[in-house]
Write a protein that binds this ligand. Structure first.
Ligand code: PMP
Length: 382
């Protein structure tokens, strides 16, 4: 089986599993307990916090809040900051782009439905990029949060986050970036991007599922959504998921050490896959921004194809049609970029364990299955 769905989730790295194992078995203390096992668990959590901060270039590890994943990080960033901004300065508006992950839209809808906010969604161009001037023009004195992804989970397009940050700098709006997909592929530094808040997730970077982090710059006023027992500066309570957090820290350490080299390798594999497919399928169109794209992403639309049926006929090649979250539904991302061959879209994403043989095998299998499928569509039509 060739796994080409790293955007949906990545396999746990063996080194991460090894780092987690003691915290799932012998080292069983609650990180908030006063005894010896409690303090060693607390030290492990703090060491992981330092590793996440280092990967992001955050100056203070206390700017990292551990969560249950990027869905929660996005919710905490958007709702937590918006509710505080309303209390402090009467803010009532939130703003985002048309290609965000559903968890960003849901957080904004929650504010609209339950807290009387209004929201705006800024369109993107054919490549999926948002124009910094357009988004800056949509910011008003009432805007609490502007949320933009760093890189898209379907088409891999990288947003000009730094330019967006520069263009809204004087407005007082808090800038949140969802870097869930970007972390594994490109350098992500909170200072270089100029963001106040940034979300990431363990299971997209070869760490465990069910753990994530939010970078929250010091001094950005924010309400807690789950204050619980007051853990993590009161921003996110609950008994620490020590093993998960240790795994997240180890995943970040590995990324810090290997990301640059790995991005070159995965881009090579992706390019090889793309060339093989394009050569044999001349009607196919590559989605996303060809210059500003994640190194492991290939989104391909083939007119006349129904990618969902292709999946069933090719059980040995694991790929996605759109995103896992919108499976079965329509892709708002492909609609936002005006891709009309949406049902014929394949999302292929390579990763840390993908080999040249894997992509060559997948290309051969995909080409013959797509030719057979589109051939039969043609016969039906005639
Ligand atoms: N944002 C983006 C861009 C994503 O791709 C995902 C995962 N599909 C999420 C947020 C949600 O992450 P999690 O699964 O950790 O909640």
């Amino acid at each position: 089986t060739v796994y080409l769905d790293h955007h949906a989730t990545t396999p746990l790295d063996e080194r991460v599993l090894a780092a987690m194992r003691p915290w799932l078995t012998t080292e069983c203390g609650n990180a908030s307990s006063a005894h010896r096992l409690g303090s060693s668990a607390a030290a492990a959590v703090e060491s992981a916090r330092i590793a996440v901060a280092a990967l992001l270039g955050a100056h203070d590890p206390d700017e990292i809040v551990f969560t249950s994943g990027a869905t929660e990080s996005n919710q905490l960033a958007i709702v937590g900051v918006a509710l505080k901004a309303r209390q402090l300065r009467g803010a009532r508006h939130v703003l985002t782009t048309a290609v965000e992950h559903k968890s960003v839209f849901s957080a904004m809808e929650y504010l609209v439905e339950h807290h009387g906010f209004t929201s705006s969604i800024v369109p993107v161009d054919r490549a999926g990029r948002v124009d910094p001037a357009t988004i800056a023009a949509a910011v008003t004195t009432e805007t609490a949060v502007l949320s933009t992804m760093v890189a898209n989970n379907e088409i891999g397009t990288i947003q000009p986050v730094r330019h967006i940050a520069d263009s809204v700098r004087d407005s007082g709006v808090a800038l949140h970036a969802d870097a869930t997909q970007a972390m594994g592929g490109i350098a992500v530094s909170v200072d270089d991007l100029g963001v106040d808040l940034l979300s990431l997730s363990g299971h997209k970077i070869y760490g465990p599922t069910g753990v994530g982090a939010l970078y929250a710059r010091r001094g950005v006023p924010m309400a807690a959504l789950l204050p619980g027992g007051g853990q993590q500066r009161g921003l996110r309570g609950g008994t620490f998921n020590v093993a998960g957090i240790v795994g997240m820290g180890e995943a970040c350490r590995i990324l810090t050490a290997t990301r640059e080299e790995e991005s070159i390798r995965t881009a090579g594999l992706r390019d090889r896959l793309q060339s093989a497919l394009i050569e044999m399928l001349p009607d196919a169109e590559v989605n996303g921004d060809q210059e500003n794209r994640l190194p492991n992403n290939l989104s391909l639309s083939v007119p006349g194809l129904v990618a969902a049926s292709l999946m069933a006929s090719l059980p040995d090649v694991i790929f996605a049609t759109t995103s896992a979250c919108s499976s079965g539904g329509e892709s708002h991302v492909l609609q936002a970029i005006g891709q009309r061959a949406e049902p014929g879209t394949l999302r292929l994403s390579v990763g840390r364990h993908t080999t040249v043989d894997d992509v060559d095998y997948a290309a051969r299998e995909l080409v013959s299955a797509i030719r057979a499928a589109t051939g039969s569509v043609m016969r039906d039509v005639h």
